[in-house]
Design a protein around this ligand. Sequence first.
Ligand SMILES: [Zn+2]
Length: 278
Amino acid sequence: MQRERITDHVFVFRSDLYAQATAGVVKTAAGTVMIDTLLYPEESLRIGGFVESVLDSKVTHVINTHFHADHSTGTCFFPEAQVIAHRKCRELLNSRGRESLRALQESSPEFASVKLVLPNIVFEDRMGLRVGDTTFTLWSSPGHSPDSIVCLVDEASVLFASDTVLPIPYFVDGEFDDLKRSLSQLRCLTFENIVQGHGDIVLRGEAKEKLDGDLQYLERLDRAVAEAVAEGIDDLDSLISAEDCGISHVLLNGLVRQLHVQNLQSAAERYRRRRDDR
Ligand SMILES: [Zn+2]
């Protein structure tokens, strides 16, 4: 697992075991806030070990940015923490999260010790959180999933964007229009760093270009799919490449290509539904 230090108190961990998923650790004067908890217990526990032995602190708060297992499975390893999330995250963890944990446990003994944890503090639009000397602002940022949030560490100006910002925008489990709106909203703000839900950290000088590129990707993909569906083209997998939409294939060890094809199919579904509704 890679560890990056953003400031003296803000750290980012990047998984070696699952799709470069990220988790954040913010040490405050009154305990440590962890933003997402990763999938594999081995890595979640290693982050807990770092907080205790290197930072000499304890995880007092866990923020679940959304219900997907690669971001939320490790929450149970921080049993004393308050767990904060969007209201819909609690609902989705309790339904789909419960199912996916069962499937994980059936497929691998590594997950035997995992227990489902439901957030005990939930919000709808926006929430401020003060822990010790540090202020966090959390807000709803749907699109990747209906329950997605982002978390700003105010003083450090570090945005933990989770899967709202990825090496390739990905809306298969959410809504295309919501993701466009959420990304446009971030485009209007300035951050020192944006921590993506997977992959590299986006630095201040790169942020606008990155978000413009993401919005451009969505627009190009949308236009191509709309035309193809209107013309009755069914095979969309090779309609337009991620690269033609301005996103590099090599990111996330090539996973980008696969996510792009799923985006194409999901966007086409949306147009076919609309067409059939008429
Ligand atoms: Zn996700």
